[in-house]
Design a protein around this ligand. Structure first.
Ligand SMILES: Cc1cc2nc3c(=O)[nH]c(=O)nc-3n(C[C@H](O)[C@H](O)[C@H](O)COP(=O)(O)OP(=O)(O)OC[C@H]3O[C@@H](n4cnc5c(N)ncnc54)[C@H](O)[C@@H]3O)c2cc1C
Length: 450
C-alpha cells in the first residue's frame, strides 16, 4: 500500500513535489497557509521574479513543464554592468547559447498548482500548520477565524519555506537537532523600472543588470510586461544604510549620486523606497532533515540560502528530482529513500549556501574590478578550448545540472587557487592568451586532485 502524502506549504517546491509524487501514484494533499493566489489579487511573497537556470529546468522537464515555462521567461545571457562613471559593460554568463531565465514567481507558482491539481493532488488553502504530534501522526492547522483542524498523516513533507513551522515542530521534539541561522547585515528592497513612454523595455532586455557599488548593489531583472524589477541589496545599519536613508531628500541625494543612470528610469523610486519593505536575508542550515520513514524537510525549509547565486528555488527543485530518482530505485521503502535523500542533498545544500554567500562579494564588488574581469576572460577562454578540463565555477552551478553543488564548490576552490597564481604572473594582462600559459594552467588542474 502506498502511503498517503501530506505536504505542508504549496509554494514553488511543495507544488512541484506534489506533481512528482502524484505521478508516482501517491495520494497527495497540500496544505497552504495563504489563500489561493490564482483567485485573489495578492503578492506571491518574496521577490517578484526569479532566475531559473538549468537545474530548475531539468527538474521541470521531468514533469513536462520546462517548455511551457521557457515560453513565459526572458533569457538573460549575461551581466550588464553599470559603473559609477556612467560606462557599461556586458559579461556573458557562459558559452554562446547559455543563459538563465527571468520568470515571474507568481506565474510559475500558479502553473505548478494547476498542474498539481490536474495530477490529482488536493490543495487546501488558508490552512496554517501550527503543530505536529509525531507519536500520533497528527497535524494541526489553524483556519481563518482561529479555528483549529487536525489531520492524520502518514508521510509528511515540510516545504513551508525559510521560517518553516514543520521544521520547528521537528526540531522541538528531536534529540540533538543541529540548527544554524545566519542573517547577513544587508537586506533588500524592491523598486520598479516601468516601460518607456513608447512601451519598450527601458534597458537591454536579455541581461541581468547590476550596479555594483562595493558594500551594496542594485540589480534588475526583466518582466514580460516590459518592466524591470530592481532589487537594492543594502546594509541595514551604517553610513549608507536603510536606517540612514530616512527622508525623501536623503534617498534622492543618495540615488542621484550612486545610481545616476538608473534614476531617470525609475520615476517612482522615492515613493517605492518608503512604501516597500526592507526584508532580511537568512541562511538556515539544519540536521537531520528526516524522521524515520514519515517526515522530510525540502526546499527552503531544509536549506534557506541568500539569493546571490540565484539558486534557492533551483536547489529546491533539484531536491524533488533527486527524491524522485530515489523513489524510482527503492519503490515504497521510505526508510531507505529518506535516508539516502538526506545523505545526498545535505552536503549539496551546505555547498550552495556557502557559494551563495561568496557570490555576494563577487557581484557587488568584483564585477567592477578590471583584474577580476580579466580572470573571468581567461577562464572563459579555457572553458572554450578545454571544456572537459576547465568549467568556470559559475557555469558548474548554473549550466551543469549533473555536477553536484558540493563538487562544484570543491572544483571551484581548486580552480580559484590556480587562478590566484596565474593572476600574480608579471604582465599577465599582456601574456594571458599565450599557449604556454594555457598549458601551464591545464597541467596544474591535472596535477592538483580534489
Ligand atoms: C530576494 C530574493 C530573490 C531570490 N531570487 C532567486 C532566484 O533568482 N533564483 C532562485 O532559484 N531562487 C531565488 N530565491 C530563492 C527562492 O525564493 C526560494 O528558494 C524558493 O522560494 C523556495 O521555495 P519553497 O517552496 O521551498 O519556499 P517558499 O517559496 O517560501 O514557499 C513556502 C510556502 O509555504 C507556505 N507556508 C509557510 N508557512 C506555512 C505554514 N505554517 N503552514 C502552511 N503553509 C505555510 C507559504 O505561504 C509558501 O506558500 C530568491 C529569494 C529571495 C528572498
Amino acid at each position: 500500500m502506498k502511503k498517503n502524502v501530506t505536504i505542508i506549504g504549496a509554494g514553488l517546491v511543495g507544488s512541484l513535489l506534489s506533481i512528482y509524487l502524484s505521478k508516482r501514484g501517491y495520494k497527495v494533499n497540500l496544505f497552504e497557509r495563504r489563500g489561493d493566489m490564482r483567485k485573489e489579487t495578492m503578492s506571491a511573497g518574496r521577490s517578484i521574479n526569479l532566475a531559473l537556470s538549468d537545474r530548475g529546468l531539468l527538474a521541470l522537464e521531468k514533469v513536462g513543464l520546462a517548455e511551457e515555462i521557457r515560453k513565459i521567461s526572458i533569457p538573460m545571457h549575461g551581466r550588464y554592468i553599470h559603473n559609477l562613471d556612467g560606462t557599461t559593460a556586458f559579461q556573458r554568463y557562459g558559452k554562446e547559447g547559455q543563459y538563465i531565465n527571468s520568470v515571474s514567481r507568481a506565474t510559475l507558482n500558479m502553473k505548478l498548482m494547476d498542474l498539481a491539481e490536474q495530477h490529482g493532488a488536493g490543495i487546501y488553502f488558508n490552512h496554517k500548520c501550527t503543530a505536529i504530534d509525531w507519536k500520533k501522526n497528527i497535524i494541526t492547522f489553524e483556519l481563518p477565524g482561529s479555528e483549529l483542524q487536525t489531520q492524520p498523516a502518514e508521510l509528511i513533507f515540510g516545504s513551508d519555506g525559510a521560517f518553516s513551522a514543520a521544521r520547528l515542530q521537528h526540531q522541538l521534539q528531536h534529540d540533538k537537532f543541529d540548527y544554524q541561522q545566519h542573517y547577513i547585515d544587508c537586506g533588500y528592497k524592491e523598486l520598479t523600472i516601468p516601460p518607456t513612454p513608447s512601451g519598450d523595455f527601458a534597458m537591454e532586455v536579455n541581461a541581468l543588470h547590476i550596479w555594483p557599488r562595493k558594500d551594496y548593489m542594485l540589480i534588475a531583472l526583466p518582466n514580460l510586461d516590459r518592466t524591470f524589477t530592481c532589487t537594492l541589496f543594502f546594509p541595514f545599519e551604517g553610513r549608507a544604510s536603510f536606517s540612514n536613508l530616512d527622508t525623501k531628500e536623503s534617498v534622492k541625494g543618495f540615488f542621484e549620486k550612486t545610481f545616476p543612470d538608473a534614476v531617470p528610469l525609475m520615476p517612482n523610486y522615492i515613493q517605492e523606497f518608503f512604501s516597500n519593505p526592507a526584508s532580511s536575508l537568512v541562511t538556515v542550515k539544519c540536521y537531520p532533515w528526516v524522521r524515520e520513514d514519515k517526515f522530510a524537510l525540502i526546499g527552503d525549509a531544509a536549506h534557506a540560502i541568500v539569493p546571490f547565486f540565484g539558486q534557492g528555488m533551483n536547489c529546491g527543485f533539484e531536491d524533488c528530482r533527486v527524491l524522485d530518482e530515489l523513489i524510482e530505485q527503492h519503490a515504497d521503502d521510505w526508510n531507505t529513500i529518506l535516508g539516502k535523500y538526506q545523505a545526498t542533498r545535505k552536503p549539496d545544500a551546505d555547498a550552495i549556501a556557502d557559494l551563495a554567500v561568496n557570490n555576494f562579494i563577487e557581484m557587488r564588488e568584483k564585477t567592477a574590478d578590471p583584474k577580476f574581469l580579466l580572470q573571468k576572460k581567461i577562464e572563459a577562454r579555457l572553458h572554450e578550448k578545454y571544456p572537459g578540463k576547465w568549467i568556470p565555477a559559475y557555469s558548474q552551478v548554473t549550466f551543469s545540472p549533473y555536477i553536484r553543488y558540493s563538487e562544484a564548490l570543491q572544483r571551484g576552490q581548486r580552480q580559484e587557487s590556480i587562478m590566484q597564481e596565474v593572476m600574480q604572473l608579471p604582465d599577465i594582462e599582456q601574456i594571458w592568451q599565450a599557449e604556454e600559459i594555457e598549458h601551464w594552467i591545464i597541467s596544474k588542474v591535472q596535477n592538483r586532485p580534489i
